[in-house]
Design a protein around this ligand. Structure first.
Ligand code: AMP
Length: 187
């Protein structure tokens, strides 16, 4: 089963993705984690993206799409992909459609975790204390939220008419969100 977790930064996509990976024996495809890993390993890509990441700006589609492609064509991960943080723009959504088509796969469920701006700011402030992410200061949070509204939220139009699109109130407790997701998945 391939699943997209969609929503603003701080919506809880990563938390639910980790749960679903265990429950479904799947693979979390977090482009944020994949990119942070490039920085940690100080690769050529890592050196190119570090400034954009710290400032909360998007990394170029070319880089993100090429890193993603390896995972999509990995036969071990076929039909077991849990997308978290991708797609983030209409062009990424179209890229994903074509990669899935070329690898004979499809998206089974799309979950939109809908959370308001105030809740996000509170959650990310807490995450900064717990995880010390360099892109979690208030200015950067607000910039990332604006980018979400301008560039990422329009991706909803691409998916929202599908019968496998489900909107969930992302301000609920983690367990409640998980239960809602499980009900749609019948697991
Ligand atoms: P995340 O961990 O999903 O919050 O992502 C952290 C940062 O990684 C974002 O603020 C962007 O700088 C970068 N990033 C993650 N996913 C993408 C993506 N799909 N497209 C472009 N940049 C991304």
């Amino acid at each position: 089963m391939n699943i997209i977790l969609f929503g603003p930064p701080g919506a809880g996509k990563g938390t639910q993705a980790k749960y679903l990976v265990k429950k479904l024996n799947g693979y979390q495809i977090s482009t944020g984690d994949i990119l942070r890993d490039e920085i940690k390993k100080d690769t050529d890509i890592g050196k190119k993206i570090i400034n954009n990441m710290n400032e909360g700006k998007f990394v170029s589609d070319q880089i993100v799409n090429s890193l993603l492609k390896t995972h999509i064509f990995d036969l071990n991960k076929k039909q077991k992909l849990i997308f978290d943080g991708y797609p983030r723009s209409l062009s990424q959504a179209k890229n994903l459609d074509s990669l899935l088509n070329d690898s004979n796969q499809k998206i089974d469920h799309i979950f939109f975790l809908n959370v308001n701006k105030e809740t996000i700011v509170e959650r990310i402030k807490k995450r900064k204390v717990l995880e010390k992410r360099s892109d979690d200061d208030l200015d950067t949070i607000l910039k990332r939220y604006d980018t979400y509204i301008e560039t990422t939220r329009p991706v909803l139009d691409h998916y929202s008419k599908n019968s496998n699109f489900h909107e969930i109130d992302g301000t609920m407790e983690i367990d409640e969100i998980t239960s809602k997701i499980e009900a749609f998945l019948n697991v």
